[in-house]
Design a protein around this ligand. Structure first.
Ligand SMILES: [Zn+2]
Length: 378
């Protein structure tokens, strides 16, 4: 197979920004991922390159966000904040007012849109913006550390060029902002796997939210129980995503890889290891279509950085030679320091955890199959 063109999106400009100290959202993660990958020599070589984001312009942001909201965001960044802004979610605990609250998301969004442009022009087949993935923001709403919805905007830009987009969201939180952006459309299918709304923010994303009108069946939610582990997660993924993706036949994938479903995340309650992400990315690669991958949540910074560094090595094929050997009895025959260091070790699953998770996952798979599959002739 020919080497694919893979672009890593980052610049030191992004590293100038940070959320207030008491906010769990860490903008340094992307820079740390870049540092790790650079030290491994994985940002250059066959097919691999880097690109710097350019801040998204207001006219582009208005493809999803209202002028009134963008104005309020910019004003708040300059210290002018009022009750109208608060009503749009600006200045809450999750979306605090801070100096970079417009410039940072505009630049991070610029990174995701740069990735979309590179894919549309054919300059890249695979792209990763670890500073992207702000899936909670609504047209007129800041929510869950998200001010500007870069992933919804990327889907809009790709769909405008006639691409069938499959948006896959594995962040532990429901990808509500993106799901609702395309709720009545069939040209962007959204699939979100997340912790059950019964136990986690934002409290949406149950199986019965499945789109409306032309979009009925093109919004797919896979809510998962507390304690979901690798095997159970992959069971749900394999039951739902491959059949739908094959039926839908996307031209491009937009993949939100929030890493907060990993065990040890302080804000959520799933128990995955990053080996799940390897499986998922390897599956997406089998379609031979462009993949625009972004970051997202991930509040255990070390685990998140390692997961995203690993995700890039798999996405750009740097993992492939060793991947085969890794499969032999789980032993890394040609293990190198970095690869041994990036993959999580398997986690033990208790009998009780297995019983309760298995039952709930089985139920959710059946529910999705019953509701969604017939619409796609499955
Ligand atoms: Zn999240």
């Amino acid at each position: 197979m020919a080497t694919k063109k893979a672009v890593f999106i980052h610049s030191s400009e992004l590293e100038k920004f940070s959320y207030p100290a008491d906010c769990p959202f860490n903008t340094d993660r992307a820079g740390q991922v870049r540092k790790v990958l650079n030290s491994m020599g994985l940002l250059s070589g066959p097919g691999r390159s880097e690109a710097a984001p350019v801040a998204a312009e207001r006219v582009v942001l208005k493809k999803f966000h209202s002028a009134r909201y963008l104005h309020a965001l910019r004003a708040a960044a300059k210290g002018r904040w009022d009750i109208e802004a608060l009503n749009m979610g600006i200045g809450t605990v999750d979306c605090p007012v801070f100096a970079g609250m417009y410039d940072y998301p505009a630049l991070a969004t610029g990174g995701t849109l740069t990735a979309a442009d590179l894919i549309l022009s054919g300059s890249a087949e695979l792209a990763f913006n670890p500073s992207g993935g702000f899936h909670h923001a609504g047209p007129e709403r800041a929510s869950g550390f998200c001010y500007i919805n870069d992933v919804a905007l990327a889907c809009i830009v790709l769909a405008e060029k006639g691409k069938r987009v499959l948006y896959l969201d594995v962040d532990v939180h429901h990808g509500d902002g993106v799901a609702y952006a395309f709720y009545d459309r069939s040209d962007v299918m959204t699939i979100s796997l997340h912790e059950s709304p019964k136990t986690l923010f934002p409290g949406t994303g149950s199986e019965d939210e499945m789109g409306t009108g032309a979009g009925e069946g093109y919004c797919v939610n896979v809510p998962l129980p507390v304690g979901t582990y690798d095997e159970a997660y992959l069971k749900a993924f394999n039951a739902v995503v491959p059949p739908l993706a094959r039926a839908y036949k996307p031209d491009v994938f937009v993949f939100e890889l929030g890493a907060d479903a990993l065990a040890g995340d302080p804000l959520a309650h799933l128990r995955l290891t990053n080996n799940v992400y390897v499986e998922i990315i390897n599956h997406l690669l089998t379609y031979d279509k462009p993949i625009l991958m972004t970051g997202g949540g991930g509040y255990n910074v070390d685990n998140t950085v390692r997961a995203w560094a690993l995700a890039w090595t798999v996405l750009c094929g740097a993992d492939s030679d060793r991947h085969a050997s890794a499969a032999v009895g789980g032993v890394m025959l040609e293990s190198t320091e970095w690869q041994g260091g990036l993959r999580d070790r398997a986690l033990a699953v208790s009998e009780q955890q297995r019983r309760s998770v298995e039952r709930a996952v089985k139920a959710v798979i059946e529910e999705v199959k019953t509701r969604i599959f017939p619409i796609h002739g499955l």
